[in-house]
Design a protein around this ligand. Structure first.
Ligand code: SAH
Length: 396
């Protein structure tokens, strides 16, 4: 197994639980290793951590176990998997069969996500060093009763590697995978686990969607960046009377319609429309038409893919909030979320408030939300999701 060394400063950080070493932080020359594992030694040449080694990535080492040398085998992964499942036990009683089972580093599986959609379990790997361990992970998942399929999804940086693993590969169960259905808070969703974004659905917004359900009764709702209709289905189940969805992705809009049909086959209680295209453009067009909504939902994709993009991302959040808030009817509300890890909650809320102020409005009785129980975050680096909801008032 290869051996790596780092500075004393970083060593102190790792001792406190920081899980990463980047290539530029290595203090010794490292020869390639094929087994996907490396050991980190401290400045006195004592064992500090064992972790995943990925020589092709800038983020080359991710801690699996700190201070204690352990065998990285089936038992090791099983223990952590069981602990992660027990943390999520409360969800099953809530009519929810779709949730995140493993949230990467925060559950002791660095660079690995596992989302469960009822009997279909979807693994997403963010480092190819997991490839050597996937057989064991599959066996670990199979210890559960309700496993019909295990599907592999690859993050961009792992997709081009010359291995047998391809995005969408079925690691366990029959192929091809047809439509997968799961429930969230008693509502039904179809999800494309092979081609959909992330692992197919944005499970992280579950609690925010529930909040939207609770405030939607009798309202007209605009759901911007609607994807497969997550927020829409909740709004309708909460009694919203009129719903408009905006998304640039035709397949996502189609899928949203299917989810609507699945939950509300009798569409007599609400009006529903969709607009396909760029959200910023569509919001401007709606403004020109003097359209108004009691609730505007803004849940865009991550605007900042890295730190460098932070200023542009903040501007985009402000611009979006400005465009969105202009469409809120008197006495209405604005909901805005951000999933950019490189934008802090404070920066995001400030950006939203700047946008709202540019439209001569302000937000009152604001509430904020963050991560749900199945998306634990042990380190600040992983706190990517933040949302804000408030009443829109005219600025005096
Ligand atoms: N709110 C959704 C998740 C949104 S994901 C949910 O709860 O499930 C982001 C969505 O934004 C994707 O569906 C993507 O197609 C869409 N999108 C990305 N850029 C866009 C743009 N410029 N205009 C409109 N939609 C966009």
């Amino acid at each position: 197994m290869i051996k790596i060394k780092i500075s004393k400063t970083l060593e102190a950080k790792v001792r406190k639980g920081y899980p990463w070493v980047f290539k530029y932080q290595l203090q010794n020359e490292v020869k390639e290793s094929s087994d996907g594992l490396a050991v980190l030694y401290d400045h006195k040449n004592r064992f500090l951590a064992i972790g995943l080694w990925d020589p092709d990535s800038d983020l080359c080492f991710r801690v699996l176990n700190l201070l204690e040398p352990v065998k990285i085998d089936f038992e090791f992964f099983l223990k952590r998997f069981q602990k992660a499942l027990s943390l999520r036990e409360e969800l099953s009683g809530q009519g929810t069969t779709g949730y995140r089972v493993l949230n990467g580093e925060n559950d002791g599986f660095p660079g690995l996500i596992l989302d469960r959609y009822d009997k279909t379990w979807v693994l997403k790997v963010y480092t190819k060093s997991w490839f050597d361990h996937l057989d064991r992970i599959v066996e670990v998942i199979k210890t559960q009763k309700n496993v019909e399929h295990i599907v592999l999804r690859l993050a961009r940086n792992t997709a081009n590697s010359s291995s047998n693993f391809i995005d969408g590969k079925v690691l366990y169960g029959s192929t091809p995978i047809t439509s997968v259905q799961f429930s969230e808070n008693g509502l039904k969703f179809n999800v494309d686990v092979v081609k959909g974004q992330k692992t197919g659905f944005f499970l992280d917004q579950r609690e925010n969607r529930l909040q939207i359900k609770h405030i939607s009764s009798g309202l007209s709702v605009l759901n911007v960046f609607s994807y497969t209709g997550g927020f829409s289905i909740y709004a309708i189940s909460g009694g919203c009377k009129k719903l408009l969805e905006i998304d640039s992705n035709r397949f996502a809009l189609k899928s949203s319609l299917q989810n609507l049909q699945l939950n509300f086959p009798d569409r007599s209680n609400f009006e529903h429309q969709q607009l396909e295209g760029d959200a910023f453009e569509k919001l401007k067009e709606l403004k020109l038409k003097n359209s108004q909504f009691d609730l505007v939902i803004l849940d865009p994709p991550a605007f900042a893919r890295n730190k460098k993009h932070r200023p542009q991302a903040l501007e985009a959040y402000s611009r979006l909030a400005e465009l969105g808030v202009q469409l809120v009817a008197p006495g209405g509300r604005l909901f805005a979320a951000s999933c950019s890890a490189h934008v802090s909650a404070e920066e995001f809320f400030k950006a939203v408030n700047i946008g709202v102020a540019s439209a001569q409005k302000l937000l009152a009785e604001v509430s904020w939300t963050g991560h749900a129980v199945d998306h634990p975050t042990v380190f600040a680096e992983f706190q990517y999701l933040k949302a804000i909801v408030g009443w829109v008032k005219q600025k005096k």
